[in-house]
Design a protein around this ligand. Structure first.
Ligand SMILES: N[C@@H](CCC(=O)N[C@@H](CS)C(=O)NCC(=O)O)C(=O)O
Length: 224
């Protein structure tokens, strides 16, 4: 799997999944952030994909975190069930989609957040306020789910790829101050996010952000 060397790319979702127990047979190729990804990945045998994350598996190149998550979960489902039960399939797929749509509106802000010097507060009135209600509704969707269904995870049956996909989006939105999780309007969603952040695999995944570009195995162990 090829990913850039910073911790807030969507690759976080897939690395987190791989760091959960049940999966050992993988290599992670960290890339240099800010440089075009395709040429860097080509040096490692990726022919067509230019997206991060990219998974090379069984002769295929897969360049979408949701699809990669499904394929990894299917591959290792004998070790650990991360796809929910059959009756939850449609709900699980909807959460995979939600993970992307709930951050889409924030994408124009990414270049600001990734260190070009502009403060979020400086663009608040122009870029954030007009979308404030849309941002709120995304958070409200998670909160009403936990109000109705309770439970520690998005699926009733337990921890799944719905969590690795969506909790990363909530983590990113909260860390960058783009989601009102701490306003008091979404206490259950915030508690859910804190539970996800406390998982050992989530904590291990954050360590990938400190690595230099190279090949690594589970737990950030260099491959020699
Ligand atoms: N929906 C895809 C989006 C992947 C994506 O756009 N990744 C960004 C980095 S987070 C990327 O590769 N940007 C470079 C490009 O689009 O050329 C996913 O969830 O993986």
């Amino acid at each position: 799997m090829a990913i850039p060397s910073y911790g807030h790319s969507r690759a976080f979702r897939c690395l987190w999944l791989l760091e959960e127990p049940g999966t050992d047979d993988f290599e992670v190729c960290m890339l240099t952030p800010g440089q075009p990804y395709a040429p860097q990945m080509q040096k490692h045998g990726v022919m067509h994909s230019y997206k991060i994350p990219t998974l090379q598996m069984d002769g295929h190149e897969i360049g979408d975190s949701g699809v990669i998550s499904q394929l990894i979960a299917e591959r290792y489902q004998e070790n650990k069930q991360l796809l929910g039960v059959a009756a939850e399939r449609i709900e699980m797929l909807q959460w995979l989609g939600m993970a992307e749509t709930c951050i889409t509106f924030r994408m124009p802000l990414l270049h600001l957040l990734m260190g070009n010097g502009t403060k979020l507060t400086d663009v608040q009135a122009q870029l954030i306020e007009p979308m404030r209600q849309v941002f709120r509704e995304n958070v409200a969707h998670f909160e009403s789910h936990f109000d109705k269904q309770g439970g520690d995870y998005l699926l009733d049956s337990g921890f799944s790829i719905a969590d690795t996909m969506c909790a990363f989006s909530l983590h990113m939105g909260d860390s960058w101050g783009l989601m009102d999780l701490k306003s008091g309007e979404a206490p259950k969603t915030l508690a859910y996010l804190e539970r996800m952040r406390a998982r050992p695999a989530f904590i291990n995944t954050k360590k990938y952000a400190e690595l230099t570009p190279d090949l690594y195995g589970r737990g950030c162990v260099p491959i020699v």
